[in-house]
Design a protein around this ligand. Structure first.
Ligand code: ZN
Length: 197
């Protein structure tokens, strides 16, 4: 098919970024939305975001996962309305014990897409992609939808942290506070000396 030969600017950027990975172009193609060739009306695309996807996105925070995602594209004239949903689990690092932990994902995102002169994602709910592009690589939108659902501070439920690591960290933070609270007699003497002057 002719349109498969057309690679948009966003796709090219990803292709360069992924050039050291495994079959990067194959992965990318999965997330291309052929917006220009979609007929008017509603279209739904389904995706399975797994560890391969998150490592291809070079995510520091999400180490893996199993997320089922869907993008519904409503084509109305020259405007494309995209509704994304993502449900599943991702593996992230616990802030308290540094072990892996599961985070349940149930997220959504909504935006409009239009073709324009230059790429512009500065607006909250309108993404402009260059007229010369025929496709939209939805991988970044899918990734962001999942990543934004991860809270800034994430820890295991109470009692579920790695006990060895928790002990070490607790002892460490304990000794730090001991040190700060501990009063060195020499400092006390110095303080008294200062007071006399
Ligand atoms: Zn933990």
């Amino acid at each position: 098919m002719a349109r498969k030969l057309v690679i948009c600017e966003i796709c090219t950027k990803f292709a360069v970024a992924f050039s050291n990975g495994n079959s990067p172009l194959k992965t990318l193609k999965e997330y291309e939305l052929p917006l220009k060739t979609l007929p008017q009306g509603k279209h739904t695309f389904s995706y399975r975001l797994d560890s391969k996807f998150f490592s291809a996105m070079e995510s520091d925070e999400i180490k893996g996962g199993q997320v089922v995602a869907e993008i519904t594209v409503s084509v109305s004239g020259s405007v494309y309305e995209l509704t994304l949903t993502a449900k599943g689990n991702v593996t992230i690092e616990c802030d308290r014990c540094l072990d892996d932990m599961d985070h349940h994902v149930d997220a959504g995102y909504h935006t409009f897409v239009k073709f324009g002169k230059d790429f512009d994602d500065s607006a909250d709910d309108m993404l402009i992609i260059p007229e010369s592009d025929n496709c939209l690589d939805a991988s970044r939108l899918l990734y962001d939808t999942v990543a934004l659902s991860v809270p800034l501070h994430h820890v295991h439920a109470d009692g579920e942290c790695n006990p060895t690591m928790s002990d070490i960290l607790q002892r460490h933070s304990g000794s730090e506070s001991d040190e700060s609270e501990e009063t060195d007699p020499r400092w006390e003497a110095l303080k008294n000396f200062k007071n006399f002057n």
